[in-house]
Design a binder for this molecule. Structure first.
Ligand code: ADP
Length: 450
């Protein structure tokens, strides 16, 4: 049983987790850095522990200190949220060694998905479809270039250790290969301390469709349908929706089953997301598995009317999945827009400062705002400058989209630049309205969006 839960995170996701813990009668412990002394997540929790100075390395990433504090306070379980320590296999191990439940998969599953190339080997063996490409250990330029020449251009170079779109380069022909490889390797080394590369066939108009899966400790696995996260900038998601528009029930089922196969191949437990590229001809290919709760999980909650954090806690306690596949239903349509303190007209440069004015849409049964800040709070340089996630639901996509546009119009923010006008232009764009979604959406409609 989990009686006391420590949330090893900050901001909106810490607040989000505390809400479910409260509803379940679970006591909560927040952690915080210098910059977050007066943060909402600290106020919402039953207890709070100071970790150190504002930089994440000196606070939210101090796994040993967090476990030590958890033991002192008699904590049963730690929820890592997303980012920070959520996909750190060593931290999951450390929790286990100290008899604290890590609300996430076993360390071995995190480790297995930690490298894109190792993950692809496992998925290949399990029979999960992969983007054609090379994911071998031999890393000489000649071998990588041969692989690219053989599969034909364009190709995508990807850092095996990659994340957040870093260490990726498109290569359009053989002449560009060498230069692109060096640039990708340099970026990968700088970001991840490793420059192992994958070569993939570059799909020119794919959709990013990901499947939410859950597995329990009794060998059961289900999928909670899909999210379409095609609308991205520099490989980062902007607006997500569920279900994926124009997805046939048979493809949904095939992708769902492939996702469970992927999870079971690594003895997965807990909440996970299997990301696929869906091509125009409805072929789909495994990209990677994220071994945590995703930022965009609320759209799944809206269409399934399930509380995914409740599911995580239930599984972490060793209980079976709350529902089986036949009991899960998909109702209506949901969108999530990520409200950021940033300047879209200046390459989305983060904007910091005091939220002198913060007027947010009124929350209802169909409009949800997940946030960790209130008016007067500071958006600091230390963390991700996301202000909130605006989530709406409608009986169908058209109604949900109208609600999204109308809710975006209710925002008034002063003190920092935001992406709200940009989001409004995306949401109202004729191609978005008619669900012509591909991962190149922003590039393709650049002139009308900026
Ligand atoms: P990261 O872990 O850095 O986020 P991913 O492998 O998840 O990298 O890919 C991020 C995004 O890059 C995808 O959502 C998609 O838009 C694009 N992408 C990845 N692989 C391919 C590919 N083979 N062809 C076309 N686009 C791709």
């Amino acid at each position: 049983m989990i009686n006391k839960l420590l949330i090893a995170n900050r901001g909106e996701i810490a607040c989000r987790i505390i809400k479910t813990a409260n509803a379940q009668g679970i006591k909560t412990v927040a952690v915080y850095s210098e910059a977050d002394k007066n943060a909402q997540h600290v106020k919402m929790a039953d207890e709070a522990v100071f970790l150190g100075p504002s930089p994440s390395k000196e606070s939210y990433l101090r796994g040993e200190l967090i476990v030590e504090k958890a033991k002192e306070l008699g904590v049963d379980a730690i929820h890592p949220g997303y980012g920070f320590l959520s996909e750190n296999a060593e931290f999951a191990n450390l929790c286990a060694k100290n008899d604290i439940i890590f609300v996430g998969p076993p360390a071995s599953a995190i480790h297995a998905m930690g490298s894109k190339s190792a993950a692809k080997h496992i998925m290949e063996q399990a029979g999960v479809p992969l983007v054609p490409g090379y994911h071998g250990d031999e890393q000489s330029e000649a071998v990588l270039k041969n692989a690219a020449d053989d599969m034909g251009y364009p190709v995508l170079l990807k850092a095996a250790a990659g994340g957040g779109g870093k260490g990726m380069r498109q290569v359009w022909n053989s002449d560009e290969f060498s230069q692109a490889l060096n640039a990708a390797k340099r970026e990968s080394m700088a970001s991840f301390g490793d420059d192992h590369m994958l070569v993939e066939k570059y799909l020119t108009r794919p959709r990013h469709v990901e499947i939410q899966v859950f597995c329990d400790t009794h060998g059961n696995g289900v999928y909670l349908f899909e999210r379409d996260c095609s609308v991205q900038r520099r490989h980062q998601k902007i607006i997500e929706e569920a279900p994926a528009p124009n997805m046939s029930p048979s493809i949904r089922e095939k992708m769902g089953e492939a996702a469970i196969l992927a999870a079971q191949a690594i003895d997965y437990v807990g909440a996970g997301t299997v990301e696929f590229l869906l091509d125009e001809d409805e072929s789909f290919y495994f990209m990677e598995m994220n071994t945590r709760l995703q930022v965009e999980h609320p759209v799944t909650e809206m269409i399934t009317r399930e509380d995914l954090v409740y599911w995580q806690l239930t599984i972490a306690e060793g209980k079976p999945l709350p529902k089986n596949q036949n009991e899960l239903t998909l109702t209506g349509h949901a969108f999530e827009a990520r409200i950021y303190a940033e300047d879209p007209s200046n390459e989305f440069l983060p904007s910091t400062g005091n939220l002198a004015l913060l007027r947010t849409p009124k929350e209802t049964d169909v409009v949800r705002v997940d946030t960790g800040v209130v008016e007067g709070d500071e958006v600091s340089v230390f963390y991700d400058p996301m202000i909130a996630k605006l989530v709406v639901w409608g009986e169908n996509r058209e109604i949900a989209l109208k609600r999204l546009i109308s809710a975006l119009g209710e925002y008034y923010i002063d003190g920092v630049s935001t992406n709200i006008d940009f989001l409004k232009r995306v949401a109202a764009h004729p191609a978005f309205v008619s669900a012509e979604l591909t991962t190149t959406f922003v590039e393709k409609h650049h002139d009308s969006l900026f």
